[in-house]
Design a protein around this ligand. Structure first.
Ligand code: ADP
Length: 378
């Protein structure tokens, strides 16, 4: 739905500079030294497992939580001391946070009353917001008479009715079922395009992050591991954590051996070729990651190019548009292989097979010293 010209803005830039949050004096901070630059109108997602510091970061931007250290700037202006209601930011939570005794229209009107917008103008903007989230005529309903998806639309309408310079959302689709989530993802993407304002979005769901975002900041233990556009994050993760959190991966851990001309990864039970151009040196602990869709599978016979391993098929999972094959490797470990529909091999459970992939499909990353010895894990 088109947004009236009067509603269009370019959105604000948001910067975090060395932001740390400690809830207690001992132990690891919930958020440690996070720096982030969100451009005006950009859609940036904070992605990471539960407890990695995403909500704390969002709450510091919106002003519900004070940083222990560091600075937060909106359009270049430090806002650490500005109270939340004066930050001009819209916020949407997972649990809707609607006032249960107020109708949808009264909920949406609330921020305008608070700002003392005249009644006629309030009425007009509430109707406009309801239309914008495709709920015209729903203004008189109480939250309990709305479905989960409709409630979240009302919460979004309430968050944008005062024309914020940025919209912050914390797992807004977390309470909804898969189908509804997917359709609301499309709507949120449209909303972003139509409003033109800056979006900062929190989720632990990598598919959601990949589908929605201009850029994704991957959080791990209170820090940003990598910030990049979805494709870069998937194709060129910079750490093992990112490679394994974003998308599916087969991981082999070992030690780099050889010189720059021909280096290999020596694992406990196998030796793997690695792509040229790595900055890792002989003796470094490293991990080699291969995406399941880059692995070929065939009956055990002729030799293949690239890395070739042998094993047997344990399981084949039919997933509709793809199927997923689990191969138990000779020498230990397992690999997951994904075949798109229409390109299925004649592999069956129990078959002995070779699996192979091109060197260029291998992503070589510094080893995770926090983890144990060699393991191949799908
Ligand atoms: P995420 O949003 O990624 O799930 P959070 O930002 O909610 O992570 O939490 C990060 C860490 O901070 C967790 O260890 C969590 O237990 C802790 N934490 C969050 N809120 C509080 C709080 N109000 N008091 C104390 N610890 C908190």
């Amino acid at each position: 739905m088109p947004v009236p010209q009067s509603e269009r803005t370019t959105g604000a830039s948001i910067q975090l500079r060395g932001v740390t949050k400690r809830y207690s004096h001992d132990g690891r901070p919930a958020v440690g030294d996070v720096s982030l630059d969100v451009a005006p109108g950009e859609f940036v997602t904070l992605l990471g497992p539960s407890g990695s510091g995403k909500s704390t970061t969002l709450n510091m931007i919106v002003g519900f939580t004070d940083p222990s250290e560091g600075e937060i700037l909106v359009d270049g202006r430090a806002i650490n001391d500005v109270p939340p209601h004066k930050r001009d930011l819209g916020m949407v939570f997972q649990d809707y946070a609607l006032f249960p005794h107020m109708t949808a229209a009264q909920n949406i009107e609330f921020p305008l009353r608070y700002r003392k917008v005249p009644k006629a103008e309030r009425q007009r903007r509430v109707d406009e917001a309801l239309e914008f989230v495709e709920l015209p005529g729903y203004g008189g309903r109480l939250p309990r008479d709305l479905s989960g998806g409709e409630r979240q639309r009302v919460a979004i309408a309430r968050a944008i009715v005062a024309r914020p310079v940025a919209l912050l959302m914390d797992e807004p689709l977390g309470a909804l079922d898969k189908k509804l989530r997917e359709s609301l993802q499309v709507e949120i993407r449209h909303l972003h395009q139509e409003l033109g304002i800056t979006f900062v979005y929190v989720t632990h769901d990598q598919d959601e992050a990949l589908a929605l975002s201009d850029r994704i900041a991957v959080f791990n233990r209170g820090r940003i591991e990598q910030i990049a556009d979805p494709e870069t994050l998937y194709e060129r993760p910079s750490t093992l954590f990112v490679a394994e959190f974003v998308g599916e991966s087969n991981t082999f851990e070992g030690i780099v051996r050889g010189d720059s001309g021909a280096i290999r990864l020596e694992c406990e039970n196998r030796s793997l070729g690695v792509p040229a151009g790595s900055s890792l040196r002989s003796g470094d602990a490293a991990a080699l990651v291969v995406r399941p869709e880059h692995v070929r599978i065939r009956e055990r016979r002729e030799s293949d190019e690239g890395n070739v391993l042998t094993g047997w098929i344990d399981q084949i999972l039919y997933l509709g548009s793809t199927r997923s094959i689990e191969v138990m490797l000779d020498g230990g470990g397992a690999m997951m292989i994904r075949e798109p529909a229409g390109q299925w091999s004649d592999a069956e459970p129990g078959n002995t097979v070779t699996v192979s992939w091109d060197l260029e499909a291998s992503i070589l990353l510094p080893g995770d010293s926090a983890r144990g010895a060699e393991a191949a894990s799908p």
